[in-house]
Ligand binder design. Structure first.
Ligand code: AMP
Length: 215
């Protein structure tokens, strides 16, 4: 499959992707480019990919075959979901650009990648990962509180991987740097299924158009 050129004009940045009865729910998954130490992390990624397909949804992710990224994409593809990957040209080698996807968008910058992933999605879900995953989750969360989009966000605390982060978020609230309204924007669960269900219920409530032009 040829790579798809990414050259949207700026006015396409203002779009509206609230899902309706006619469209597939599109879930953006952020996760590690490494598999992590525990088999439970790969198992969680496989279940997420499989469930996305089983429900007739679509997966949007970072376009690589490395680590959990490859696991979630392969599970979704194997179970019949369309999978959209978005990867910067410079990472095609390091993150093993996945040539078997429904669409692979090779873009020029990380900024383009993250914006396109957001535009093509109705909800965001972070799985275990490292600095890239943290950055993507926190960025899309801060975009939400700034009003650039109003789509739901989830954190899959597989095998308790994010326990320490969740404790730190409480610390941020205790010390007056975060509000309950902000932390309540993040849906958290240790199990993929209830978390995917919550995101699917919340996604149709997103009513505003995405607007990333001010970023
Ligand atoms: P990691 O969680 O560090 O394994 O990275 C997971 C994914 O996040 C990879 O596809 C990274 O390319 C991506 N990522 C997104 N934004 C960044 C960033 N600012 N720095 C590093 N990785 C990033």
């Amino acid at each position: 499959m040829p790579d798809i050129d990414r050259s949207d004009p700026p006015n396409k940045r203002l779009n509206h992707r609230a899902p309706n009865a006619m469209s597939r729910l599109s879930i953006c998954v952020y996760c590690g480019s490494r598999p992590g130490e525990l088999p439970a992390y790969s198992e969680a990624a496989r279940r997420v990919g499989h469930e996305i397909a089983r429900r007739g949804w679509q997966l949007v992710y970072g376009g690589g075959r490395a680590g959990l990224m490859g696991v979630v994409a392969d599970a979704a593809l194997a179970a019949g979901a369309p999978v959209i990957g978005v990867i910067p040209q410079s990472l095609m080698g390091r993150e093993l650009g996945h040539r078997g996807l429904t669409e692979l968008h090779v873009v020029q910058t990380m900024h383009e990648r993250k914006m396109m992933m957001a535009e093509r999605s109705d909800a965001f879900l972070a799985l275990p990962g490292g600095i890239g995953t943290f950055e993507e989750l926190f960025e899309v969360w801060s975009w939400r509180q700034l009003g650039y989009h109003d789509k739901p966000l989830g954190l899959l605390n597989a095998a308790g991987y994010y326990d320490a982060l969740l404790a730190f978020l409480d610390h941020g609230k205790t010390h007056g740097f975060m509000s309950a309204q902000q932390t309540e924007l993040l849906q958290v669960d240790v199990e993929p299924l209830p978390l995917l269900e919550r995101l699917a219920k919340l996604a149709p409530l997103a009513s505003g158009p995405d607007d990333y032009r001010r970023i």
